[in-house]
Design a protein around this ligand. Sequence first.
Ligand SMILES: [Zn+2]
Ligand SMILES: [Zn+2]
Length: 461
Amino acid sequence: MPPYAPTPESNKYKKQQEKLMRPRVINGKPTFIKFLPQDDLVALHPVYLTDPNDFTPRRQRNGDMLEWGIIERDEAVELNMMQTIELRRQQDSRMAKCMYHGSLVPEVQFINALMERKKAKIAAARDPQREASDYVLTVRLRNRLSDTERASCTSAVMWRRIKVSGATKLSVFQDKILAPALGWTRNYHGYLFVDDSDGTQYGADGGSHIDLMHLKDNGRTYLDDHEFTLAEILPQPDTNKPGFHYIYDLGDYWLHDIYVESILPVSESDGKVVLLAGGGACPREDGQGCHNWIKYIASLTPAKHAEIARSMNYCDDPEVRRLGSQWRFDPHTFDLAAARTRIATALASPASVPSGPKKTSIGMTNPFTHPGGDSAPKGTHRTVIPSGIGFNPFGKNSALHGAFQTEVVRDRRDTRASALCAHCGKPIAKPKMCSACRKVYYCDQDCQKTHWKEHKRQCVG
Ligand SMILES: [Zn+2]
Ligand SMILES: [Zn+2]
């Protein structure tokens, strides 16, 4: 996972470095983490000199459990800007001096050990009954304004209530259910799920979303969310306390709380995805995080309505297209039918390829004949979304007009492990696929029949 994606060169380098690395002896006890001899340990938090197997995660001052529960800085000490820059300089200098590669960075070695510990814990607690149960979840965007500011705009903060099978992979839940339910764009930004009990982070393995550059300030690394089902990682129901968090866009940092409302008995669980209810409109993509967003929507001008209408997650909205310049953004409205349609569309399409997210490209070459130099993994191809369709960040009159968007999309059907019924969203135990195109799965014949009037337009059989 970036920025630690292994390459053949780096693996060779990594092996050379590994040979050099040794534990340090501190107070007569060797450290768990190995260091290069030239590492002076400047600006390394003492927690990394301890044994990760004895580590107890800690909550931040505001009560949040994030970033593996590692609090690297004493929150009571307010650093001024110069001190922050100096601390960062020391950390970067240590990294550069030792030229640690990837997972050999002491901090990541420590978190890797926490990951192994967590994986063992999840494996020991695995319960097949849970996978056969449906979960009712409420997801709520965190309003991070002060109490006085909050009073006027609480209802503007969005929430959604979703029923989903416990057997759904976390990665698929994010891609085909959660993002469309909320109104975020699929495969555009990076994201993290965080377990509120211990700060464990999950994210997209191999994701190359640009905002993942902020990962080093957001817990540094994560477990592959494709390895776990919701049933394996979600806690017991608690309607008062969020058991999980969803951070969308590591730059803008939209923090959502996930509450497990209930776990239905197996006899009452049909596995189908249902968006039960919701409120509040999704902020626009690249809207600079909740704090700025709440201020932004406090007074909406025609220019702001137009800016939201042009954004990635609103430009293709049917209402925005229908009303054109007459369209007005209302932060308090939620269109349940439109959100259900977004989920249905996502369920009927292949899973996103996190290594080839949607991105804007600017170039002199004709995007239709030379769709970018990036190679696409086997079984995928890079698409070009022509300007005029979809999002163009550089308006018509900009000198940069002509920018185009690309994304890597899957040619093949999803893997069986991640397959959901293209109609109802139920995870598939016995795969039954469309025999004409062999690209979509159905849980039974009823779902396939009902879905045909939608699917026949895409089916290439
Ligand atoms: Zn179905
Ligand atoms: Zn088909």
